[in-house]
Ligand binder design. Structure first.
Ligand code: 6R9
Length: 645
């Protein structure tokens, strides 16, 4: 499975990169020798109203637990993303938007134009009474107005909560309620892969369940008029009335910037909170360390802004660094598997950053779709979201990059704000499938189940022992859950939830989640969330969900469902339950396989033995391990016999 072939740094990169091997060593040394000095030096890359004089004041210990960086600094994040570039490169392109429809017209915005749009949006929000600290939910397609809305919140100090446009009204309502947001920004419809998504109608449905919602700003993208209620405001009408300048709110480094909901192993999705100074520094710094972008580069992160990757690497990182960022409305393989490469040719993209699942899907369609395009503008390739299998890595490297572009495999999480383990293109030799080495200032460890530190070449659970600027600060509304979730498994350390191997060269190989989180097409899904959606169905008594191997998605969703007495299992019911989960959560949560099970394997204390369910779902039924502690070992035979292929 693994591939230990070493891909050395190409000569051109070794010669021209901002950070070569010697400079990287100097960064590690500086970070180790005097962390405070190191981080305060790095922080100078931002524009501060009041530069910080303190760096890390965090503690992972229960007694004085808290994460705090640059505590006396003041800045505005939006100013760092637009205003500060205006004097030197106001006329340079900040944002290129590529529409879903290949026959459509791309839109381009200079830093000055972006700045003006952001100010306008900020003024519209202010006119609606939005003030510093208020939560604004952004439920948008991938259109430039989504970027304006995000940065407008940052400008006036409102906390944005972007909800992925693929989520259902139910999921949207839960997220509006959790952070008590009174205003939603949406569009009439979204477009992806030639299909339309009824975003405004979804907001209407969510509003019925979320009484706190007072105002909906609707961006018009189509000619058909969607029904409007007294809550709704057309963005084009509101923006015509406001000025294109808007003072930026001075923010403390630790003032909240955004909430982003993500799945955990238990309960509802958590509102991960990031603050202003540390997050922005980590976004900008990692974007430069890992991708070495410079003015003139065309950077394309092909994620959705509904995920952390979109926040950090479509918007905040590149814009803070003054780099042109591409925003794409559609899918990588629509109308066909050449599209992603055509977009690269059209805009002369120099770096593309995408997920292994997309690469696997494109690889399946064959090399002709790639070879039909030019791609000579590319000089660097990136991946994120899940472990990349060596086969996909080699395809990306050899076919897409024609052997000349290093692959930057970045391991990180919503919680970490930006990349943590990743190569630097001018300094790090690559191994297919390894995220390589920790970035400067990041101190990982591998520990065993009991927390003993494992040295050298080994495999264990991945923890981070010191805080870093981009670390999440809390779970919105539940600080105790933040502590309990991440800092109690291994006291005094941040537990990532990932398993990991370290080889003899010190390279890190993420092996996947060790908790009840599965990774479907690079999207995090809590098994508990899918289970609660299933048991909401009137015919379902109990459900247990695990991941199963999937060629393209990485992991698929395998659900064991026990029906209420008297209910009959059928293919129809299977379909009904699949669409039920789609409606409850969204298409990404649709189970790939549903097995009706008369009983689930439980211990005598009633705990479901997921280890067994995982093995059966994987088709690995020869080594189910010890089943003697089960209340009724016979259920296992039934499960094995009725496994859904
Ligand atoms: C950025 C993002 C985080 C989880 C993480 C891990 C997996 C992300 C990876 C990777 C192996 C990589 N993951 N990047 N696994 N190699 N390069 O994806 O955030 O949605 O919070 O997911 O994704 O399991 O714990 P998020």
């Amino acid at each position: 499975m693994t591939d230990d072939t070493l891909y050395p740094v190409p000569d051109a990169w070794a010669r021209h990169a901002r950070i070569d091997a010697a400079k990287r060593t100097a960064l590690y040394d500086a970070a180790a020798a005097d962390p405070t000095r190191f981080w305060l030096d790095q922080a100078q890359r931002l524009d501060w109203l009041v530069p910080p004089t303190v760096a890390d004041e965090s503690s992972f210990d229960e007694g004085d637990f808290g994460i705090r960086w640059f505590g006396d600094g003041r800045l505005n994040v939006a100013v760092n993303c637009t205003d500060r570039h205006l004097a030197s490169r106001g006329g340079d392109t900040a944002l290129i938007w590529e529409p879903d429809d290949p026959a459509g017209t791309p839109r381009r915005f200079t830093f000055l134009e972006l700045h003006q749009h952001v100010c306008r949006f900020a003024n519209v929000l202010k006119d609606q009474g939005v003030a510093k600290g208020d939560r604004v939910t952004i439920y948008m397609p991938m259109i430039p107005e989504a970027a304006f809305a995000v940065l407008a919140c940052a400008r006036i100090g409102a906390i944005h909560s972007v909800v992925f446009g693929g989520f259902s009204p139910e999921a949207l309502a839960g997220r509006i309620i959790d952070c008590d947001s009174k205003l939603v920004v949406t569009a009439d419809i979204g477009r992806r892969g030639g299909k339309t998504i009824p975003l405004k109608a979804n907001v209407d449905a969510a509003a019925e369940r979320a009484p706190s919602l007072e105002t909906v700003i609707v961006v018009r993208t189509a000619h058909d008029v969607v029904p409007m209620t007294s809550r709704d405001i057309w963005y084009d009408e509101a923006t015509a009335l406001v000025s294109d300048s808007c003072p930026a709110e001075p923010m403390d480094a630790e003032d909240p910037l955004f909430i982003l909901y993500t799945s955990g192993s238990t309960g509802k999705p958590k509102g991960v909170l990031h603050t202003s100074g540390g997050y922005l520094l980590w976004a900008a710094l990692t974007h430069e360390w890992c991708f070495d972008q410079r003015p003139g580069d065309i950077w394309w992160c092909a994620a959705d802004i509904g995920w952390v990757t979109g926040h950090t690497y479509i918007l905040y990182g590149p814009l803070a660094n003054g780099i042109t960022t591409v925003m794409y409305e559609g899918l990588p393989n629509w109308p066909d598997a050449s599209r992603i490469w055509q977009v690269i040719d059209r805009h002369k993209v120099t770096t593309v950053f995408t997920a292994p699942t997309a690469l696997r899907a494109l690889m399946k369609d064959g090399d002709d779709f790639v070879n039909a395009t030019d791609r000579s503008s590319l000089r660097l390739l990136g991946t994120v979201g899940e472990p990349i299998n060596p086969e996909a890595w080699r395809w990306y490297h050899a076919v897409v990059g024609e052997g000349r572009c290093p692959i930057i495999d970045t391991w990180w999480q919503t919680e970490t704000g930006g990349a943590m383990i990743a190569p630097m293109p001018g300094a790090t030799s690559l191994k297919p499938g390894s995220a390589t080495l920790p970035l400067p200032g990041i101190v990982p460890q591998l520990v065993d189940e009991k927390g003993a530190v494992l040295d050298g070449a080994t495999e264990g659970n991945l923890v981070i022992t010191r805080s870093w600027p981009g670390q999440m600060r809390t779970v919105w509304g539940d600080h105790d859950r933040f502590f309990q979730t991440y800092f109690t498994t291994y006291p005094g350390k941040y537990f990532t939830g990932d398993g990991c191997r370290r080889d003899a060269d010190g390279y890190y190989w993420i092996t996947g989640r060790v908790d009840d989180v599965i990774n479907v097409s690079g999207h995090r899904m809590g098994t508990a969330e899918v289970e609660s959606a299933l048991v909401l169905h009137p015919k379902v008594a109990e459900a247990a969900v695990v991941g199963m191997p999937h060629d393209v998605k990485g992991q698929g969703i395998y659900a064991y469902v026990t029906l209420n007495a008297g209910e009959a299992a059928s293919d129809d019911l299977r379909q009904t339950l699949r669409s039920w989960v789609r409606t409850e959560i969204g298409p990404i949560a649709t189970p790939d396989a549903i097995q009706f099970a008369p009983g689930l394997p439980k211990t005598r204390s009633g705990k479901i033995m997921r280890r067994i369910l995982r093995k059966i779902a994987e088709g690995d039924t020869s080594s189910l391990g010890d089943t003697s502690t089960l209340a009724d070992p016979a259920v296992v035979d039934d499960l094995v016999a009725n496994r859904v292929a």
